[in-house]
Design a protein around this ligand. Structure first.
Ligand SMILES: Cc1ncc(COP(=O)(O)O)c(C=O)c1O
Length: 389
């Protein structure tokens, strides 16, 4: 049995995935296949680094070690052919905190910011909570996968005077790993209309060959002039709870403006546990990751077979990356509320309602396969019970 197959009891550990849903839905014995964290233990090297920290026992303020910068530079270079220097790297307590600060630093009240539809829901929340104008461009479905609608994006850039765009690369919830050509085309439009790109690349390491991750910076020779990249090792190595992240900024003026806002918000001191976990993950996690990806893939295959045999009416977007799947339940003709109720109260299984990702997510659900296959099998059985009632 590999370490990914062993079920780990997470109930009673204050897990949002396992514990918080009981209150949300007022229901017992729910099986969660929602939220983007995995039911797997972190790599040994990360746990060992934490044990060393605890054994030392002093948990005072920590500076960012040079070895951590080195580990990030090496990882980005080896895994993503992205050349970085130490000065290009800023630390934040989470990708969303970084994106929020960037929105505050580079845009003003009522400025228009574009995101795709569907896309990871907090992007819209950040925009509206900061009194910016939310503009959405709907992704189109072509041959069972999402593609960008460049004509629509250009029209919106032009007519709505869009100032910035938050890009999800790879895409959550569709699992698209945007190709270099798509990113080039998008980048050229952003350049033409002076749109700043905030590229969220938190899922950058969760990509299935033959698909290849292209960092936005690498899609065009001058793209780092008008963009920032946000990433973290927290999705890759299942460390979401340590809330630690990095922003890559090569453009000096953008970097200085962001640093000023970060300091104004007093966000520049970084959690010791974040720094320790991040360094250990980048330095020691590669083998773990190379075992994880085939395991996730085998779960995707398992799921596809299950749906084909038991729920053939559900349309599934096959992911090129991430451990998230976008499922279209529209053939059942249920409202979003009825669909959620059926899954939760009849099947006792929790997925993310698609409608929270934008209006194109109506009658869809997002499902997380990053769990032992035995847990996934039980979750799928519950979905079938809910829908074949
Ligand atoms: C695209 C994307 N960005 C950001 C986050 C959250 O990042 P953080 O916890 O570092 O704020 C997630 C988590 O699921 C995500 O999928």
């Amino acid at each position: 049995m590999t370490h990914f197959e062993r079920p780990i009891e997470r109930r009673g550990s204050n897990s949002i995935k396992w514990d918080a849903i009981l209150q949300t839905y007022n229901e017992e014995d729910l099986l969660p296949l929602w939220i983007a964290d995995m039911d797997f233990q972190a790599p040994e090297g990360v746990l060992a680094a934490y044990q060393k920290l605890i054994a030392h026992g002093v948990l005072g303020y920590a500076e960012t070690p040079k070895s951590l910068y080195r580990a990030i530079i090496d990882w980005e270079n080896d895994q993503h052919h992205l050349a970085l220097e130490k000065k290009d790297i800023l630390f934040f307590s989470g990708v969303l905190a970084g994106i929020t600060t960037a929105i505050q630093a580079f845009t003003d009240r009522d400025d228009a910011i574009l995101i795709h539809d569907p896309v990871y829901p907090p992007f819209a929340t950040i925009i509206t909570n900061n009194q910016r104008k939310l503009v959405r461009s709907r992704l189109r479905e072509e041959k069972g996968r999402f593609v960008m609608d460049f004509a629509d994006i250009e029209e919106k850039f032009n007519q709505q005077r869009v100032k910035a765009m938050i890009l999800c690369n790879p895409h959550n919830p569709g699992g698209r790993v945007w190709s270099k050509e798509e990113l080039q085309r998008l980048g050229e439009l952003c350049k033409k209309y002076a749109v700043l790109v905030l590229s969220d690349e938190i899922h950058q390491d969760l990509v299935f060959p033959p698909y290849e991750m292209t960092s936005f910076f690498c899609a065009g020779t001058d793209f780092s002039d008008f963009s920032l990249q946000f990433t973290s090792m927290t999705k890759t190595f299942n460390l979401a709870g340590i809330k630690n992240s990095v922003i890559f900024v090569k453009n000096k003026a953008l970097r200085e403006q962001l640093l000023r806002k970060q300091a104004a918000n007093f966000q520049h001191e970084i959690n010791t546990f974040g720094l320790v976990g991040m360094e250990a993950a980048y330095q020691t996690g590669k083998d773990w990751l190379s075992e994880l990806l085939p395991y996730i893939r085998s779960n995707v295959t398992y799921l596809l077979e299950f749906f084909q045999n038991h729920l053939p009416k559900v349309k599934i977007m096959i992911p090129e990356g991430t451990y998230l799947l976008w499922l279209d339940f529209s053939a059942y003709g249920l409202s979003d509320e009825a669909l959620e109720n059926r899954l939760v109260h009849t099947g006792k299984v929790v997925l993310n309602p698609g409608v929270s990702y934008g209006s194109s997510g109506k009658q869809h659900m997002r499902l997380n396969v990053a769990c032992p296959q035995s847990v996934l099998a039980e979750g799928l059985r519950r979905i079938a019970t809910a829908l074949n009632e």
